[in-house]
Design a protein around this ligand. Structure first.
Ligand code: IYR
Length: 225
């Protein structure tokens, strides 16, 4: 079955199998150099780079192509310090008041994370990703969106890969609960905060926890049937 209205696929690039193997390996090597870091420099990053990375995220596949996402790119020092303040208050509840529970805190120990989040203020860009349960392609606020979580997850993955490819370091951050982000970013209650992406140059003291270096082998994550 053909869609009612369609265009020929005219931008697909075919590579021979040798090129394909080389490209898949190069991309693997490149993505293996992406690390979540928790120290960012305040060096500025042009807004146009962030715009392009958001457009890359917006090119992700989504349920019925409804694109149920919004990206709030925060550069304002005032908003970043508000986010830092509120995220740190929540994280203090998570870590110090043990709202996380013992098992979760134990699982985080090898990462060395704590409630102190200076990078939320230092990094040049914070990108708050929001999901929309309703709205459709026209953003009418009513039409049901489908596979919202999956769609926004894919778009966020594209965003992280695009930022890395552009030469920026990233951190996924999910303060719990994240509802304060809606207010800070001025988003309506038809949107839910999904994730906060910190982006910028790494700080001079940026480190990679040994725990984070361990990636499962192919045998552990895949089966070929
Ligand atoms: N949001 C907290 C806790 C945290 C949770 C997980 I799961 C991580 O992989 C890392 C951190 C924080 O940012 O510290």
């Amino acid at each position: 079955m053909q869609p009612h209205d369609s265009d020929p696929l005219n931008d697909f690039i075919e590579y021979d199998s040798e090129q394909m193997q080389q490209r898949s390996q190069q991309f693997l090597q490149q993505m293996r150099r992406r690390h979540s870091i928790r120290s960012f420099s305040d060096r500025p990053v042009p807004r146009q780079v962030v715009e392009d990375c958001i457009l890359t995220a917006g090119s992700a596949p989504s349920g019925a192509n409804h694109q149920p996402w919004h990206f709030a790119a925060i550069h304002s020092d005032h908003l970043k310090s508000q986010i830092r303040e509120q995220a740190e208050a929540l994280e203090r509840g998570f870590y110090q008041d043990k709202r996380a529970g013992e098992a979760w805190l134990e699982a985080l120990k090898p990462l060395g994370t704590d409630a102190h989040k200076p990078y939320l203020q230092t990094a040049p860009w914070l990108i708050a990703v929001f999901s929309k349960k309703r709205g459709g392609l026209q953003d009418d606020g009513e039409t049901t969106n489908y596979y919202v979580h999956e769609s926004v997850g894919i778009a966020t993955g594209f965003l992280i890969a695009a930022l890395h490819q552009a030469g920026l370091a990233t951190l996924t951050h999910t303060p719990k609960p994240m509802s304060f982000l809606s207010k800070v970013c001025g988003r309506g209650d038809n949107e839910r905060p999904y994730m906060l992406i910190v982006a910028g140059y790494p700080g001079e003291d940026a480190r990679i926890p040994v725990h984070a270096r361990h990636k499962k082998s192919l045998a552990e994550i895949a089966s070929f049937l």
